[in-house]
Ligand binder design. Structure first.
Ligand code: SPD
Length: 385
């Protein structure tokens, strides 16, 4: 079982972010055990607090690495008298395997929207008590009644972002940095210095976008074309991994990576010993847009406490604090309206893409075609074996 520190690094306030996306392609009825401190409790329904009082006083959270402000858990623990056990994973497949292997180990997890659908289909998540989640009113319109959760009854958005290209501009001076061509056409020129994300949905999405195709295609011929691209690239890829690439980007052992927006900015941040030569590009051919959201696991030992946390996470101040720390985008419109998110983030189109960039992005949806899913598994096997 994965038990890690909350964060693999401790960092201070960041000063700036760089990207090239803009250019073209650029209250209380609880028992005394749950002693409340401070903050107005009025946003927590008394029925929710009563239910929490009947649970263990602990909460088991399973989330992506490097995806939370270091003060958020202590704030929740202090305000509600709950002990949080916080564990992390590196990708959706690791999350799925851990939840299946150890039912009841966690109360809530934070899958991406397409993985939420798979978890729901497999009976791994349960419906939320929407009457308890009063802070849902703070969410941005695009995350209310989304295609993957039309009744907002399974998935409480945490942060959202894009999957693009991180590269070192001091080491790579090449027009191919405008898009996916850097990682595919350019692979042999940067042999051993490039990494790709590990999850098959993301791995296969990038050559699909490189080819100008939808990342949601069910067309076997289209999906099949990605096999040769990825196999040709494979000898030059030093590893298939996600957030763990950050130290390698900082030390310049890796020059270019298929990576998420916020993690690239974390690796770039000078206040954290980052590498200021790193740039983040949303490729000109388009890329994946995603949202990670909190789900209540079927075997959650503390379902009410998990929903207390979810409602807490939708406070404008709490979600803005997350965004200001992890450099992903908040799904919380109230935190934007109240100017709680750092201006340097709000105005950065690589963090909050403008409409012209959004037009080139796609959410990954669960594939309905069994043949398409099987082909993707076969391709992954070829690439990883
Ligand atoms: N360090 C946190 C990274 C979160 C990335 N989630 C996005 C996955 C898209 N498939």
């Amino acid at each position: 079982m994965i038990r890690k520190r909350i964060l693999s690094r401790k960092f201070n306030r960041r000063q700036f972010l760089k990207s090239t996306a803009a250019v073209g392609v650029l209250a209380s009825t609880l028992s005394s055990r749950h002693a409340f401190v401070g903050f107005a409790q009025s946003d927590m329904p008394s029925e929710l607090l009563d239910a929490v009082a009947g649970e263990s006083g602990e909460l088991n959270i399973f989330n992506w690495s490097d995806y939370i402000d270091e003060d958020t858990v202590p704030q929740f623990e202090e305000e509600f008298g709950i002990t949080v056990n916080y564990s992390t994973y590196e990708d959706n497949e690791e999350l799925l395997a851990a939840v299946k292997a150890d039912p009841g180990a966690f109360d809530l997890a934070v899958p991406t929207q397409d993985m939420m659908f798979r978890m729901r289909t497999q009976g791994l998540i349960q419906t939320l008590n929407t009457a308890w989640l009063t802070n849902t009113i703070n969410l941005s319109a695009q995350f209310l009644k989304p295609e993957w959760d039309p009744n907002n009854e399974y998935f409480i958005p945490w942060q959202w972002g894009t999957t693009g290209l991180a590269y070192n501009s001091a080491l790579i001076d090449d027009p191919r940095t405008a898009g996916w061509q850097l990682l595919f056409d350019g692979a042999s020129d940067f042999s051993g210095r490039i990494t790709m994300l590990n999850e098959k949905e993301e791995l296969i999405s990038s050559p699909l976008k490189f080819l100008g195709l939808s990342l949601n295609t069910d067309d076997l011929g289209e999906i099949g074309q990605t096999r040769d691209i990825l196999l040709n690239q494979k000898p030059h890829v030093s590893a298939y991994l996600g957030a763990e690439v950050k130290p390698l980007l900082i030390t310049e052992d890796v020059w270019a990576a298929h990576l998420w927006s916020g993690d690239t900015f974390q690796a770039q941040c000078p206040d954290e010993g980052g590498n200021e030569n790193l740039e983040y590009v949303i490729p000109e051919q388009g890329a994946e847009l995603w949202v990670d959201g909190q789900v209540l696991l079927t075997d959650a030992p503390n379902p009410a406490t998990a929903q207390l946390w979810m409602n807490f996470s939708m406070r404008p101040s709490v979600n803005a604090q997350l965004t200001n720390y992890v450099f992903y985008a908040t799904p919380n419109q109230a935190s934007l309206d109240q100017n709680l998110v750092d201006e340097e983030l709000v105005s950065n189109p690589s963090v909050f893409p403008t409409q012209d960039i959004l037009d080139r992005l796609e959410f990954q949806l669960e594939r309905t075609s069994e043949e398409a899913r099987q082909l993707m598994c076969d391709i992954e096997l070829d690439i990883k074996s």
